[in-house]
Design a protein around this ligand. Structure first.
Ligand code: FES
Length: 154
Protein backbone atom coordinates (compact mmCIF):
# COMPACT_ATOMS: atom_id res chain seq x y z
CA UNK A 1 0.00 0.00 0.00
CA UNK A 2 2.76 2.42 1.02
CA UNK A 3 6.50 2.39 0.55
CA UNK A 4 8.40 0.42 3.21
CA UNK A 5 9.67 3.73 4.65
CA UNK A 6 6.17 5.12 4.97
CA UNK A 7 4.87 1.85 6.44
CA UNK A 8 7.60 2.17 9.05
CA UNK A 9 6.60 5.76 9.77
CA UNK A 10 2.99 4.70 10.30
CA UNK A 11 4.14 1.96 12.70
CA UNK A 12 6.13 4.57 14.56
CA UNK A 13 3.17 6.98 14.81
CA UNK A 14 0.95 4.15 16.04
CA UNK A 15 3.49 3.34 18.75
CA UNK A 16 3.20 6.92 20.12
CA UNK A 17 -0.43 6.51 21.13
CA UNK A 18 -2.35 4.25 23.51
CA UNK A 19 -4.91 3.48 20.77
CA UNK A 20 -4.12 2.98 17.09
CA UNK A 21 -6.80 5.34 15.81
CA UNK A 22 -5.01 8.32 17.36
CA UNK A 23 -2.45 8.08 14.57
CA UNK A 24 -5.05 8.89 11.92
CA UNK A 25 -3.89 12.46 11.13
CA UNK A 26 -0.21 11.69 10.50
CA UNK A 27 -1.20 8.47 8.69
CA UNK A 28 -3.44 10.43 6.33
CA UNK A 29 -0.65 12.91 5.80
CA UNK A 30 1.61 10.06 4.74
CA UNK A 31 -1.09 8.71 2.41
CA UNK A 32 -1.40 12.10 0.77
CA UNK A 33 2.35 12.44 0.31
CA UNK A 34 2.57 8.92 -1.12
CA UNK A 35 -0.32 9.19 -3.58
CA UNK A 36 -0.83 12.94 -4.04
CA UNK A 37 -4.26 12.69 -2.45
CA UNK A 38 -6.16 10.31 -0.17
CA UNK A 39 -7.40 7.49 -2.40
CA UNK A 40 -10.34 5.13 -1.73
CA UNK A 41 -7.77 2.39 -1.14
CA UNK A 42 -5.97 4.58 1.43
CA UNK A 43 -9.20 5.10 3.35
CA UNK A 44 -9.94 1.37 3.45
CA UNK A 45 -6.37 0.40 4.26
CA UNK A 46 -6.00 2.93 7.08
CA UNK A 47 -9.36 1.89 8.52
CA UNK A 48 -8.10 -1.70 8.77
CA UNK A 49 -4.66 -0.65 9.99
CA UNK A 50 -5.96 1.72 12.68
CA UNK A 51 -8.97 -0.34 13.82
CA UNK A 52 -11.45 2.21 12.58
CA UNK A 53 -14.56 2.03 10.45
CA UNK A 54 -14.20 3.24 6.87
CA UNK A 55 -16.76 5.99 7.44
CA UNK A 56 -14.81 7.25 10.48
CA UNK A 57 -11.67 7.65 8.36
CA UNK A 58 -13.76 9.31 5.66
CA UNK A 59 -15.16 11.77 8.22
CA UNK A 60 -11.66 12.81 9.28
CA UNK A 61 -10.48 13.22 5.68
CA UNK A 62 -13.42 15.39 4.72
CA UNK A 63 -13.31 17.48 7.93
CA UNK A 64 -9.79 18.82 7.41
CA UNK A 65 -9.10 21.02 4.39
CA UNK A 66 -5.47 19.88 4.33
CA UNK A 67 -6.57 16.49 2.98
CA UNK A 68 -7.95 15.92 -0.48
CA UNK A 69 -9.99 13.03 -1.86
CA UNK A 70 -9.21 13.86 -5.47
CA UNK A 71 -6.02 14.56 -7.40
CA UNK A 72 -4.66 18.01 -6.71
CA UNK A 73 -2.35 20.35 -8.56
CA UNK A 74 1.34 20.43 -7.77
CA UNK A 75 0.70 23.71 -5.94
CA UNK A 76 -2.36 24.19 -3.76
CA UNK A 77 -3.31 27.87 -3.59
CA UNK A 78 -5.45 28.14 -0.46
CA UNK A 79 -7.07 31.47 0.28
CA UNK A 80 -8.38 31.94 3.81
CA UNK A 81 -12.01 33.03 3.74
CA UNK A 82 -12.69 33.41 7.46
CA UNK A 83 -13.78 36.72 9.00
CA UNK A 84 -10.49 38.68 9.29
CA UNK A 85 -9.43 37.71 5.81
CA UNK A 86 -12.93 38.34 4.53
CA UNK A 87 -12.86 41.89 5.90
CA UNK A 88 -9.37 42.38 4.47
CA UNK A 89 -10.55 41.46 0.97
CA UNK A 90 -9.82 37.77 0.45
CA UNK A 91 -12.59 37.61 -2.15
CA UNK A 92 -10.54 39.86 -4.42
CA UNK A 93 -7.56 37.53 -4.06
CA UNK A 94 -9.60 34.45 -4.88
CA UNK A 95 -11.20 36.20 -7.85
CA UNK A 96 -7.83 37.42 -9.07
CA UNK A 97 -6.28 33.92 -8.95
CA UNK A 98 -9.38 32.46 -10.57
CA UNK A 99 -9.19 34.97 -13.46
CA UNK A 100 -5.43 34.60 -13.84
CA UNK A 101 -5.44 30.80 -13.97
CA UNK A 102 -8.85 30.34 -15.62
CA UNK A 103 -10.12 28.01 -12.91
CA UNK A 104 -12.84 28.20 -10.27
CA UNK A 105 -12.49 27.33 -6.59
CA UNK A 106 -11.77 23.59 -6.16
CA UNK A 107 -10.57 23.27 -9.73
CA UNK A 108 -7.11 22.41 -11.05
CA UNK A 109 -5.41 23.91 -14.07
CA UNK A 110 -5.31 21.55 -17.09
CA UNK A 111 -1.51 21.22 -16.77
CA UNK A 112 -1.97 19.88 -13.21
CA UNK A 113 0.11 22.69 -11.77
CA UNK A 114 -2.32 24.69 -9.60
CA UNK A 115 -5.43 23.98 -7.55
CA UNK A 116 -7.41 26.88 -6.09
CA UNK A 117 -9.15 26.38 -2.76
CA UNK A 118 -10.88 28.45 -0.11
CA UNK A 119 -10.07 27.38 3.43
CA UNK A 120 -10.94 28.36 6.98
CA UNK A 121 -8.72 30.38 9.32
CA UNK A 122 -5.00 29.75 8.81
CA UNK A 123 -4.06 31.31 12.14
CA UNK A 124 -2.52 34.57 10.91
CA UNK A 125 -5.63 36.72 11.32
CA UNK A 126 -3.67 39.85 12.29
CA UNK A 127 -1.86 39.66 8.96
CA UNK A 128 -4.92 39.12 6.77
CA UNK A 129 -5.55 38.39 4.01
CA UNK A 130 -3.57 35.16 3.96
CA UNK A 131 -2.70 32.78 1.13
CA UNK A 132 -1.16 29.38 1.79
CA UNK A 133 0.79 27.73 -1.02
CA UNK A 134 1.48 24.12 -0.04
CA UNK A 135 3.36 24.61 3.25
CA UNK A 136 4.25 28.30 2.77
CA UNK A 137 2.21 31.17 4.15
CA UNK A 138 1.93 34.57 2.48
CA UNK A 139 0.45 37.23 4.71
CA UNK A 140 -1.12 40.57 3.76
CA UNK A 141 -1.33 39.20 0.26
CA UNK A 142 -2.25 41.47 -2.65
CA UNK A 143 -3.17 40.63 -6.25
CA UNK A 144 0.27 41.88 -7.34
CA UNK A 145 2.11 39.64 -4.88
CA UNK A 146 -0.11 36.76 -5.90
CA UNK A 147 1.01 37.29 -9.50
CA UNK A 148 4.66 37.22 -8.43
CA UNK A 149 4.17 33.97 -6.52
CA UNK A 150 2.35 32.26 -9.38
CA UNK A 151 4.90 33.41 -11.96
CA UNK A 152 7.73 32.04 -9.82
CA UNK A 153 6.00 28.67 -9.50
CA UNK A 154 5.23 28.30 -13.22
S1 FES B 1 -9.15 34.70 9.38
FE1 FES B 1 -7.69 34.36 7.81
S2 FES B 1 -5.96 33.72 8.91
FE2 FES B 1 -7.48 33.85 10.43
Amino acid sequence: MFSPENEKKIDEYISHYPVKRSAILPALHIAQIEHGYVTDEDVQYLARRLDMRVNEVEEVVTFYSMYSRKPMGEYKLQVCRTISCHIAGCDKITEHISDKLGIKVNETTPDGKFTLQEVECLGYCDLAPVLQVNFDYHEQITPERTDEIIEKLK
